[in-house]
Design a protein around this ligand. Structure first.
Ligand code: FES
Length: 90
C-alpha cells in the first residue's frame, strides 16, 4: 500500500470561505501545503476536494495520516519521531 510523505507534524490553520472548494494535498509532496500543487503526478495519490461549510478557521492535516482527511484528527501526535541525521562531526 502506498504511504504518503509526511509534509508536517502539526496541522496547518487556514481561514476558509463558505462555499469555496479547496484541494488538499494527499501525497505530501506539494510545495504549497496543505494544498495541491500538482506534485502528485505518478504518485498514485489524488488531491481531496474540501468544500467549506462556513467561513472560518479550519485545521488541515499536514502529516497525511488523519482518519478525517483532509482535516486534522490528532493522529500526528502518535507518529514516530524522525530518525536523526548525523551532523558530520568526526
Ligand atoms: S496533522 Fe495530520 S492528523 Fe494532525
Amino acid at each position: 500500500m502506498l504511504e504518503p510523505t509526511i509534509a508536517g507534524r502539526a496541522p496547518i490553520a487556514i481561514d476558509v470561505e463558505a462555499g469555496k472548494t479547496y484541494y488538499w494535498c494527499s501525497c505530501g509532496r506539494s510545495s504549497t501545503q496543505p494544498f495541491c500543487s500538482g506534485a502528485h503526478q505518478d504518485s498514485g495519490f489524488e488531491p481531496i476536494a474540501y468544500v467549506a461549510e462556513r467561513t472560518g478557521r479550519v485545521y488541515f492535516c499536514a502529516c497525511k495520516q488523519s482518519a478525517k482527511k483532509p482535516l486534522c484528527d490528532g493522529t500526528h501526535k502518535t507518529l514516530p519521531l524522525p530518525i536523526a541525521v548525523a551532523s558530520g562531526s568526526s
